[in-house]
Design a protein around this ligand. Structure first.
Ligand code: GLU
Length: 446
């Protein structure tokens, strides 16, 4: 029998990194075992049953390249089936009607304004083998009767979840650890309707630097935000795959197509996984550097257009293409790009106060460096090596090494202390008159 796995998100209007990791592990399991990947949207809550809450979810899954074989199936469209199961359980006395005070009410059919509770059988142990957590067991004496049908006429999440897994022939449920405590209730319902149990794998919690569960308030948890900030989808999925799993050969940075070959759900570990932004950034930078130049230029396009900090008509694609070679190495995300090149498309460089303070106020000999370079640049050959030697000599005259000597010049020309290789940039993308004008402008401000 081939495996059938499902990613079953409850729509929230955005794709959480934890959810994306769940989607990915289901995808990896399906693709590495030749199984079928079902996408089921758990929108039974009236509040969640809004198309706009699902759109972004689907869009981000597509962006990550996590395609599905069946679906999206919408739980909200299966209400009649859920109702039928609740009626059946009621009819057999396995569930009961209750009023607003939670008191049991006589009756064997769903009744307006009344909720339905599943009757917890006393004195039983519910056991299952979780692929990640191993043997798990719960005593029904520790569990209470629970609502499966709301008084407003809608099914509760656990009921719909159990019925849909059964009807859809789901063999494996891979999902977040926070859902573990609901499993005994689901298994009891599956037993009641005579359906087999899926095999569960509960993925470890994602935690932040303080070892706290990732929270929407404190942490950056939206996949869309990472996309907008210029993370690459292939870097993002690569990183997500490492949250709770590691390849047997320890080669962590590798494309999804290779991860599929080495992924085994049995290798997922149960320790909480640290969502390490630095590592994500590092992996992203690795992918970014490896992009062929033309592809880099094409994909960074959206950050160079409307949203960029310069007037659109000032952007010069030729200049940018020259710069691409000089900066691709230095970027961590696509959205870093504008600040590495903005000074080329603005009338004057931005004035970054920290950079100014560091190079012009705290740094020594700023005036001497600017005066010396201005004089030498006026008639030297306009070539990167020559410009560099020139600044080196100007620096030597006041006892500064090149690194320190170029700082005031860099800030005068680019506005910042950090940026692209200065001499190549000036030689290849700027003309002498403009560089001299900027040096004079900075000099006047000193
Ligand atoms: N809909 C649930 C959630 O988004 C997941 C249910 C499951 O995977 O079984 O938390």
């Amino acid at each position: 029998m081939t495996h059938r796995v499902r990613f079953a998100p409850s729509p929230t209007g955005f794709l959480h990194v934890g959810s994306a990791r769940t989607a990915l592990f289901n995808w990896l399991f399906a693709r590495s075992t030749g199984g079928t990947y079902v996408l089921r949207v758990e929108d039974t809550d009236a509040e969640r049953n809004r198309p706009e809450l699902t759109e972004s979810l689907l869009a981000e899954l597509e962006w990550l390249g996590l395609d599905w074989d069946e679906g999206p199936l919408y739980q909200s469209e299966r209400r009649d089936r859920h109702r039928e199961v609740v009626e059946d359980l009621l009819g057999r006395g396995l569930a009961y009607l209750c009023d607003a005070d939670n008191a049991e009410v006589e009756g064997s059919s769903i009744t307006d304004g009344m909720a339905v509770r599943f009757r917890m059988p006393p004195g039983r142990t519910v056991e299952f083998e979780d692929i990640v957590r191993g043997g798990v067991s719960f005593s029904t004496d520790d569990l209470e009767d629970f609502v499966i049908w709301r008084s407003n006429g809608s099914p509760m999440f656990l009921l719909a979840n159990a019925v849909d897994d059964a009807d859809m022939g789901i063999t494996h449920a891979i999902r977040g650890e926070d859902l573990l405590s609901g499993v005994p209730k689901v298994l009891l319902m599956l037993d009641a309707i005579g359906a087999p149990h899926p095999t569960y794998a509960h993925l470890p919690l994602l935690v932040n630097e303080q070892r706290k569960k990732l929270s929407k308030r404190r942490d950056d948890v939206s996949i869309a935000d990472y996309r907008e900030r210029g993370y690459l989808a292939e870097a993002m999925v690569n990183y997500l795959a490492l949250l709770g799993w590691g390849p047997p050969d320890d080669v962590e940075v590798r494309p999804l197509s290779e991860i599929v070959d080495v992924f085994r759900i049995e290798d997922v570990n149960k320790a909480a996984a640290f969502f390490d932004l630095k590592k994500l950034e590092h992996i992203n930078a690795t992918y970014l550097r490896a992009l062929p130049r033309a592809e880099f230029i094409e994909r960074v396009g959206p950050w160079m257009g409307e949203a960029a900090p310069w007037p659109t008509e000032r952007f010069d694609r030729g200049v940018f293409e020259t710069m691409a070679d000089l900066i691709q190495e230095k970027l961590r995300t696509f959205s870093d790009t504008p600040r590495f090149v903005d000074f080329l498309f603005l009338d004057d460089p931005v004035d970054d106060p920290d950079s100014w303070h560091k190079a012009m106020v705290k740094g020594k000999f700023a005036a001497e460096i600017l005066d010396g370079t201005a004089a030498a640049f006026a008639d030297c050959t306009w070539d990167a090596e020559v410009l560099k030697d020139t600044v080196m000599h100007v620096g030597e005259a006041v006892g500064l090494k090149l690194g320190k000597a170029q700082a005031p010049l860099r800030v005068a020309v680019t506005g910042r202390t950090v940026g692209p290789p200065l001499f190549e940039t000036m030689a290849e993308c700027m003309d002498r008159a403009e560089v001299l004008r900027r040096i004079a402008r900075a000099r006047a401000r000193l």
